[in-house]
Design a protein around this ligand. Structure first.
Ligand SMILES: [Zn+2]
Length: 284
């Protein structure tokens, strides 16, 4: 028993939450997905990785950070052909996450970062952060944790474009670093193809480190990979995972410091005439 940790939201009491608000702590909300990650990685991969990044950031800078309980389910309709995958409708996902973020804004926190671990949540998290910023007094940012580790991964990767997309060189390496006992490396296989189901295209290629091609095309996961892997899982090593994890934690900490210094500027109404009807529901 180690007692309450001052960077862990769920460990605190309501009075200590008030202290955290007054200390202007930045809220980190890990958001992930419970879904298939090939024959070698556990279903919790997209939850464990962003949560671990956030918890380590909080452990290193507890005066600046409060880590919320993770949201373990995400948008996943395209992957439902693989058992173990759970899917939350995009409307429900947006509204649920928005309610969570608005709750902490209501408590008085002014800076909130959604730290996502599941690629298909990314555009939804961006939308949630935008809406929450417009609909509360807080500033809300979003990131997908792998975006914070691109430079570090590019220095250590061995795969080509498409080697890091899902249950891949990057994700498998990171899980090997965090908890190798959960990784079935003897079952790891490679598959190149990505969400578009096209092995090499300068338009639709997908790589979570090198980025998407200029055209987005997503098929059912089961029609683009036979085993749930998109990338080079067999090239994963614990050392690559450590490099990626450390970079993500370091960059998240740097952003938290920057974020604390960003003011939420006042709105300025430039209209010559104000209509008598009320504004749109989301802006009143
Ligand atoms: Zn993943």
């Amino acid at each position: 028993m180690n007692g309450p940790r001052d960077y862990v939201y769920a460990d605190l009491t309501w009075e200590e939450i008030n202290d955290a608000v007054l200390a202007k702590k930045v809220i980190l909300l890990p958001v992930g997905s419970t879904e298939q990650h090939g024959p070698h990685l556990p279903l919790d991969s997209d939850v464990v990785m962003p949560t671990s990044v956030c918890m380590e950031a909080g452990r290193r800078q507890p005066d600046d950070i409060l880590v919320m309980p993770s949201i373990p389910y995400g948008y996943n309709e395209h992957a439902l052909d693989f058992p173990g995958t759970t899917h939350v409708h995009y409307d429900h996902f947006i509204e649920y996450c928005l309610d969570v973020v608005k709750s902490v804004a209501h408590a008085g926190f002014g800076r909130i970062v959604i730290v996502n671990g599941h690629g298909s949540n990314e555009h939804l998290c961006e939308f949630i952060a935008r809406r929450a910023t417009l609909e509360t007094e807080a500033l809300i940012a979003s990131t997908t944790w792998t975006n914070l580790a691109v430079e570090a991964f590019e220095r250590v990767r061995e795969s080509g474009h498409g080697g890091a997309a899902h249950a891949c060189e990057l994700e498998t390496s990171t899980y090997l670093y965090l908890d190798p006992s959960k990784v079935r490396m003897d079952k790891a296989v490679d598959h190149y193809g990505g969400a578009a189901g096209v092995e090499s295209s300068r338009f639709t290629a997908v790589d979570i480190s090198k980025g998407w091609g200029p055209v987005k095309l997503v098929q059912w996961t089961s029609s683009s990979t036979p085993n749930g892997v998109s990338g080079a899982a067999t090239l994963a090593t614990r050392e690559k995972g450590e490099a990626v994890f450390e970079a993500a934690v370091g960059n998240l900490l740097a952003f938290v410091v920057e974020f604390k210094g960003i003011e939420k500027a006042e709105r300025v109404d430039h209209r010559a005439v104000r209509p008598k009807l009320p504004p749109l529901p989301s802006t009143d």
